[in-house]
Design a protein around this ligand. Structure first.
Ligand SMILES: *[C@@H]1O[C@H](CO)[C@@H](O)[C@H](O)[C@H]1NC(C)=O
Ligand SMILES: *[C@@H]1O[C@H](CO)[C@@H](O)[C@H](O)[C@H]1NC(C)=O
Ligand SMILES: *[C@@H]1O[C@H](CO)[C@@H](O)[C@H](O)[C@H]1NC(C)=O
Ligand SMILES: *[C@@H]1O[C@H](CO)[C@@H](O)[C@H](O)[C@H]1NC(C)=O
Length: 146
């Protein structure tokens, strides 16, 4: 067990991380239909909606309404391919009362179906949003069929 041994281990680890980054679009077939564990659900969906809200230009915050589908694949961490319904709340980005904001009911009512690929290493609380695309929920059967 010399220094070289550790160096080899490091090389393997780096290679694994790179493989995870480069290969993630080519490995859809490895996903399995599995409900997200209760333990991982809240932090993963919180991360998702925070990322969404961070990137969004909407005046109001969106909130997760329902996790419609979840598939997972174990790699160097856990990859979740999820379909989530989110909806526009009455809270603006600066409001502090989030996440207990009521949803919009009238003209500003809006819900979206998002397909997202989230890479997580749950045991070190590491989350990365790899893919996300959202479409209006009304008449979005095509999205759900995926
Ligand atoms: C959202 O933005 C805040 C402030 O810029 C940042 O601290 C936080 O890490 C971001 N969250 C995500 C999930 O990207
Ligand atoms: C938000 O606005 C910026 C600048 O107008 C634009 O580049 C970006 O694509 C918008 N983001 C979203 C999620 O629509
Ligand atoms: C949040 O509040 C600050 C100061 O109150 C304001 O300057 C900023 O424009 C607000 N941001 C958003 C996204 O409303
Ligand atoms: C993820 O992004 C890639 C490349 O942009 C795209 O081809 C693929 O359809 C996306 N997957 C999902 C689930 O959105």
């Amino acid at each position: 067990m010399g220094v070289g041994c550790w160096r080899n281990l490091l090389v393997v680890l780096v290679a694994l991380v790179l493989a995870a980054k480069l290969g993630h679009f080519q490995r859809w077939e490895g996903f399995q239909e599995k409900p997200m564990s209760k333990k991982n659900m809240d932090p993963t969906l919180n991360f998702f909606i925070e990322s969404y809200n961070n990137a969004s230009n909407d005046t109001y915050l969106f909130q997760v309404q329902e996790l419609l589908r979840s598939q997972m694949q174990l790699t160097t961490g856990v990859e979740y391919m999820v379909t989530v319904r989110i909806a526009r709340t009455t809270c603006k980005k600066n409001d502090t009362k989030y996440p207990s904001c009521p949803l919009q009911r009238k003209k500003l009512k809006k819900s979206l179906i998002c397909n997202s690929l989230i890479y997580t290493v749950p045991w070190i609380k590491y989350y990365q949003l790899w893919n996300n695309s959202c479409q209006e929920a009304e008449g979005s059967h095509k999205v759900l069929r995926q």
